[in-house]
Design a protein around this ligand. Sequence first.
Ligand code: GDP
Length: 395
Amino acid sequence: MEKMAANSETNSDSEDQDKEYVGFATLPNQVHRKSVKKGFDFTLMVAGESGLGKSTLVNSLFLTDLYKDRKLLNAEERITQTVEITKHTVDIEEKGVKLKLTIVDTPGFGDAVNNTECWKSVADYIDQQFEQYFRDESGLNRKNIQDNRVHCCLYFISPFGHGLRPLDVEFMKALHEKVNIVPILAKADTLTPNEVKKKKFKIREEIEQYGIKIYQFPDCDSDEDEDFKQQDQELKDSIPFAVIGSNTVVEAKGKRVRGRLYPWGIVEVENSAHCDFVKLRNMLVRTHMQDLKDVTRETHYENYRAHCIQSMTRMVVKERNRNKLTRESGTDFPIPVIPGANDTETEKLIREKDEEVQRPHLECEPEHTYGLKQDEHSSLELHSALGPDPDPETS
Ligand code: GDP
């Protein structure tokens, strides 16, 4: 038996040697070199009420000081404050690989006395980035498009409540179809390990109960090794990530570490026995950054694009019907016509759009408006928007 196995191995070896080497095995290297040269970008949004440690965590995650110029408001100013959206960008380089990291913060979220619909400006911001991208890729110059789409939103949940608050549910439900939401249990050092466990369980249960669709880690392939599968399962079970942030370095057991010094001891940010900080950072940076970008492009942006095209279609049909009616009734009022589109061209456009909208991945609820105003649609270059969509990122 052993001899036979050895024989067949030698045979396949010699077959391999006989095959002529064409060279396409270097393709991954070519892709690698090209992407390293181009650099990477990633846009991360942080949301949640102020004081939950968002800025501290972002600084701890990327070892930067992104909030140097932040102005903290007093209680009186916060009463009337509306939700603002601020953007900070840093270029980070590690072993020759460049990453342009953009952090979108939402100061003022949940701070007012009346927080009804305070998620709206966050949703509008995400839509505006989609809209800009849609316009850019529909325009003439599709090279060097600045992609500001939000790839991930870390949503901070207070450790002091009993699970989710109504505002948390409202926010996540309003945004879950626009962005990858990763829930975070903030300031985990204020809870005992048992409390962390219970809170995580309760939050997961409520997420399920309210039908909130948070970011789903992709299933691992069946041929992955057991260690990898276990790590993957642990990652899924960690949701919401219980984190601790700190921008100070303290001395623990003779080592200098990022941590928080209390009279009764030290909590270490990067110690997995203390919190999920390392898991979160590994997920964001080492293992799932590309997947977060892929889901943004293939699911959230595609949905947005489909809604836009649907509304444009409806508008063109309405316009055409109105034109017809006017001609028949002989009214004197001039009805706006889409520039350069005569009847046959319009027919063709509608047909193309109908086909596009009917593709399976573009099935969407028609009642959403997604921030594009009607008069804005007509100024878009309709025709180029409807061509086959070679996403500049993937082409
Ligand atoms: P933000 O308003 O959400 O950006 O919150 P900040 O990052 O400014 O943090 C608010 C306060 O909470 C600061 O005094 C931080 O030092 C503190 N803080 C930040 N992260 C943690 C944490 O993980 N645990 C504890 N106990 N305090 C934290």
